[in-house]
Design a protein around this ligand. Structure first.
Ligand code: TXA
Ligand code: MG
Length: 323
């Protein structure tokens, strides 16, 4: 594949999607790697470009609730969530309609489909201009840190994809919250950019994490080490060694002479989420012996941040994090 084009032109990006190409595009959560969801070959090439295992299904992005209803069955609860939070950082896992034209590869053999209406205006423009639903996993090599800028995408997938639609840095900074509406009660499959308390408030009920629910279906993508920098992560650090980089949070920071990033000096988990992946990318580029991570409270987007940090610190099957 020739060099990856960096563009702000939605029409150019949409034409590439329509002809089966791969376009990374800005969303409010992280950059997505977009392809025509109706085109088996295009969807297959998303898995190939990322080195993603085929058992891990993709999120299909659409422009509106109406467009989503053409693809999947909405329970009353699912409809309530869609009306409250779309466009936004929420993905709903629903039963595919029998007539759903989205490639079965995107569902990885499941009878369900994950749907999201993103809030970034450029993402919405792209989906509308393409005129098709757009599958989009995060635009990084499988297992690596998710991208929140075009530069991150280029470093991970440059030369492997056709174009990047530049919409500036992603403002939310962590992936969408994935909620399964397949069972009697909705279950959070992946904590993310929409805080659990906001969903609970909208539904008037408490929600469980799938991981805390014995026998529940997990998001297949949640099973492995993920979001991993090259440097090992040391969690719950109260200080950092001389060869370590420090990923800090809050006002009360241990003295450290080496590299340091503070996710939020004011102790705000929303700000910390927005900074998380960019800070990991920057510290990792310095090739420290390890990244020492200070504790971050579980409140608000802290739940998603701690989920990503735990996975980044998990034992790796492959040293590079690929596959
Ligand atoms: O914010 C986001 O969600 C970003 C942007 C680009 O929209 N996308 C993203 O995609 O994070 P990805 O592929 O990195 O993560 C999708 C997650 C995975 O954990 C996958 O297993 C889960 O959604 N998923 C997709 N379809 C599913 C299904 N039918 N059932 C259960 N989990 C599903
Ligand atoms: Mg991902």
């Amino acid at each position: 594949m020739p060099d990856t084009l960096l563009t702000r032109d939605v029409a150019v990006a949409a034409a590439i999607i329509r002809r089966g190409g791969l376009v990374a595009f800005a969303t409010e959560t992280v950059y997505g790697l977009g392809a025509n969801a109706l085109d088996d070959k295009a969807v297959a090439s998303v898995f190939a470009a990322k080195g993603r295992p085929q058992f891990n299904p993709l999120i299909t992005h659409v422009e509106s609730i109406e467009a989503a209803r053409a693809l999947a069955e909405f329970s009353p609860l699912a409809m309530r969530l869609a009306k409250h939070f779309w466009p936004g950082p929420l993905t709903l896992v629903l039963e595919r309609k029998e007539s759903c034209p989205v490639s079965l590869l995107a569902s990885a053999g499941l009878s369900s489909i994950a749907l999201r209406v993103p809030a970034h205006p450029l993402a919405l423009d792209l989906i509308r201009a393409a005129g098709v639903p757009v599958v989009a996993p995060s635009a990084n090599r499988s297992g690596a840190i998710s991208p929140t800028t075009p530069a991150h995408v280029l470093a991970s997938l440059g030369g492997r994809i056709d174009a990047i639609l530049d919409g500036g840095p992603s403002t939310v900074g962590v992936e969408s919250t994935v909620v399964s509406c397949l069972g009697a009660e909705p279950v959070i499959l992946r904590p993310g950019g929409l805080a659990r308390c906001r969903i609970e408030e909208a539904l008037g009920m408490t929600l469980r994490l799938a991981e805390a629910t014995p026998g529940a279906l997990l998001s297949p993508g949640q099973l492995e080490s993920h979001y991993a920098p090259h440097a090992p992560l040391r969690l719950a650090a109260t200080s950092a060694g001389p060869n370590e980089a420090l990923l800090a949070f809050g006002a009360d920071i241990p003295a450290h002479a080496g590299a340091m990033e503070n996710l939020s000096p004011g102790g705000d988990t929303g700000e910390a989420a927005a900074n998380l992946f960019a800070a990991l990318h920057r510290l990792d580029a310095l090739q420290p012996a390890a990244i020492a991570v200070m504790p971050i409270p579980d409140e608000g987007l802290g739940e998603a941040i701690n989920d990503r940090l735990r996975r980044a610190a998990a034992p790796r099957r492959h040293p590079t994090g690929a596959k």
